[in-house]
Design a protein around this ligand. Structure first.
Ligand code: NAD
Length: 483
C-alpha cells in the first residue's frame, strides 16, 4: 500500500504532545527524546502530569457512552479503517519507531504491520461476539450480555511500542470501551501518531487518548485515577506490583504482562539446526529486549557442545549497527540498559562462548555483542533475572525430570519451547512446564495476534491477544426474565 503524504504533528514541529479529545495538548513541561543509536536528542516530548491525565480520563469518560452505543458493525468498520491507515503510513511509523527504540527498520516495519493486524483481527471478531442464552428452566428466559467496562487505562513498555499499543487498544475499543494510554517515556511518537490517524479515519474524538510523560508521573497518575475502570500494564515486575496495588485501591480489574526468563529445552532427538535457528532469533530479535525472549538454553548434555557450536556460528554472523542501516541487531534502548546488561555479564560466572561486551568497532550508542555463556549456575542472577539484552545463558541436564526442574526454577513463567521428535514427551512436558505459551519445535517471541498470551507466577496475570482479550475488556451481565 502506498504511504500517505500527510505527516504527524511531531514530525512537523519536533515536539510530541499528548493527544486528548482529538487534539494535541501540550503539557507545562517537556523532556528530551533520545536516539539510542547516537545518544543525541531527536525532539521534545510533553511531560504530562496528574492534571493532563485527569483531562484525558474525563475526555474518555465523556466519549464512552456514545462509543458503546455505536453498533459493533460500525466500530468494526472504523477499526478496519484505522488498520488501513496504519499500513498506509507505515513508512513514517517505521522511521519513528526505529528512531525511538533503535530497532532495525525491518523489525519496526513488522511492528507496524502487526499493529494493523490487531485492529483488523478485533474488528472482525467483534462482529460475532455475543452473550449466551441459558435455557435451563422453561419458566425463565435467561441470557448474558458482554458489557464494556468503561474507560480503560493502559501503560505500555518501550520494546514493541506499536505492537503493544495495538494489542491493548484494539480489543478495548472493539468492545465499546474508550482508552487512555501512556506509551513508554522513551517511545512516545508512534502512539500519538496512531491516535491522530484514528481521528482522521472517523473514530470520534475522546475515544482514544494518549498521555505522554514519565512513568512515575503520568503513569502513576493514570494507574491511580478513580475514573478508570480497567488498567492494562506491560512492563517490569517491580512497577507491575505498584500498578496492581493501585488497581486494588480502586477495585478495578488489571491485566499485568510482565517479565520473563523463558527456556528452550533441547533433547538429543531434536533437529539441532532448526533449534539453533529459532533460538538465535528468539534471543537476538529486538536485541533481546523482548519479554518472551528465549533467554535460557537448557540442553541435554549429550548434544550440548554440538548445539553451542551451531549457536556460536549463528551469533557471530549477526550484523550490528544503527536501526536506520537495517542491520540484524540494533542498539539497546539506552546507555542505562547497556550498563545493566554489562553488569549481568560481568557477574555471570560460567564460560563465555561468544560476545560478552560492547562491540569494539562501534564508538557511540548503546550496542552490545550477541553473547552466549555456558555452564552458568542455575541460581546465578543472570540465570534467574531478566537481562533484557542479547544474552543467552546455557545449562545442561541429563534427565527429563531435571529439565522440568530447571525450566520451572525461576520466578517467571511466560513462554517455553520444547525441542524433541518424541510426540509423547512433547505433550507431557507441555503440561508440566509453567508458561503462558509453550512452543514445540518452533518459537515465536510473543507469537501470534490470535493466540492467547500472558504469564503465570511473576510474569503477571490475565490474558491478552486472541479472543480471550475480548473477555478481559468486558463484564458479563446475566438477565433473568420470569415468563
Ligand atoms: P517499566 O516497568 O520500567 O516501564 C513500563 C511502563 O511503565 C512505561 O510506560 C513506564 O513509563 C511506566 N512506569 C514506570 N514507572 C511507573 C510507575 N511508578 N507508575 C506507573 N507507570 C510507570 O518497564 P520497561 O523497562 O519499560 O519495559 C521492560 C519490561 O517490560 C520488561 O520486564 C519486559 O519483560 C516487560 N514486557 C512485558 C511484556 C509482556 O507482554 N509480558 C511485553 C513487553 C515488555
Amino acid at each position: 500500500m502506498s504511504n500517505t503524504a500527510v505527516e504527524s504533528e511531531a514530525t512537523r514541529t519536533g515536539v510530541t504532545t499528548a493527544f486528548i479529545g482529538g487534539k494535541h495538548v501540550p503539557a507545562s513541561g517537556t523532556y528530551q527524546n533520545i536516539d539510542p543509536a547516537t545518544g543525541t536528542a531527536i525532539g521534545e516530548v510533553s511531560r504530562c502530569g496528574a492534571e493532563d491525565v485527569d483531562y484525558a480520563v474525563s475526555s474518555a469518560r465523556a466519549a464512552q457512552p456514545g462509543w458503546a452505543a455505536t453498533k459493533p458493525e460500525v466500530r468494526a468498520d472504523l477499526l478496519q479503517a484505522l488498520a488501513a491507515a496504519i499500513l498506509a503510513n507505515s513508512d513514517e511509523l517505521t522511521r519513528l519507531e526505529s528512531e525511538d527504540t533503535g530497532k532495525p527498520l525491518t523489525q519496526a516495519r513488522t511492528d507496524a504491520t502487526v499493529a494493523a493486524r490487531y485492529f483488523t483481527f478485533y474488528a472482525r471478531a467483534i462482529d460475532s461476539y455475543y452473550g449466551l442464552s441459558l435455557p435451563v428452566d422453561e419458566s425463565f428466559h435467561v441470557y448474558t450480555r458482554r458489557e464494556p467496562l468503561g474507560v480503560c487505562g493502559s501503560i505500555i513498555a518501550w520494546n514493541y511500542p506499536m505492537q503493544l499499543f495495538g494489542r491493548a487498544v484494539a480489543p478495548a475499543l472493539a468492545t465499546g470501551n474508550t482508552v487512555v494510554i501512556k506509551p513508554a517515556d522513551e517511545t512516545p511518537r508512534t502512539a500519538v501518531r496512531i491516535a491522530e490517524l484514528a481521528v482522521d479515519v472517523g473514530i470520534p474524538a475522546g475515544v482514544l487518548n494518549v498521555v505522554t510523560g514519565i512513568g512515575a508521573e503520568a503513569g502513576a497518575a493514570l494507574a491511580a485515577h478513580p475514573g478508570i475502570n480497567h488498567i492494562g500494564f506491560v512492563g517490569s515486575t517491580t512497577v507491575g506490583t505498584s500498578i496492581a496495588t493501585a488497581a486494588a485501591q480502586n477495585l478495578i480489574p488489571a491485566v499485568l504482562e510482565l517479565g520473563g526468563k523463558s527456556p528452550h529445552i533441547v533433547f538429543p532427538d531434536a533437529d539441532l539446526d532448526q533449534a539453533a535457528l529459532f533460538i538465535t532469533k528468539g534471543i537476538l530479535q529486538n536485541a533481546g529486549q523482548t519479554c518472551s525472549a528465549g533467554s535460557r538454553l537448557l540442553v541435554h548434555a549429550d548434544v550440548a557442545e554440538d548445539l553451542l557450536a551451531k549457536l556460536k556460528d549463528a551469533f557471530e554472523a549477526v550484523r550490528i549497527g544503527p536501526g536506520s542501516q537495517d542491520p540484524d541487531l540494533g542498539p539497546l534502548v539506552s546507555l542505562k540498559q547497556q550498563k545493566r546488561v554489562s553488569a549481568f555479564v560481568e557477574g555471570a560466572g560460567g564460560r563465555i562462548i561468544t560476545g560478552g561486551q560492547a562491540p569494539t568497532h562501534i564508538e557511540a550508542g548503546a550496542f552490545f555483542e550477541p553473547t552466549i555463556i555456558a555452564g552458568v549456575d542455575p541460581t546465578a542472577d543472570i540465570a534467574q533475572q531478566e537481562v533484557f539484552g542479547p544474552v543467552l545463558v546455557a545449562m545442561t541436564f541429563i534427565s527429563e525430570e531435571e529439565a522440568v526442574g530447571l525450566a520451572n526454577g525461576t520466578e517467571y513463567a511466560l513462554m517455553a519451547a520444547i525441542w524433541t521428535s518424541d510426540v509423547s514427551r512433547a505433550h507431557r512436558l507441555a503440561a508440566r512446564v509453567q508458561a503462558g505459551q509453550v512452543y514445540v519445535n518452533a518459537y515465536g517471541a510473543g507469537g501470534g495476534v490470535e493466540y492467547p498470551f500472558g504469564g503465570f507466577k511473576k510474569s503477571g496475570y490475565g490474558r491478552e491477544k486472541g479472543l480471550e482479550s475480548l473477555n478481559a475488556y468486558t463484564a458479563t451481565k446475566t438477565v433473568i426474565v420470569k415468563l
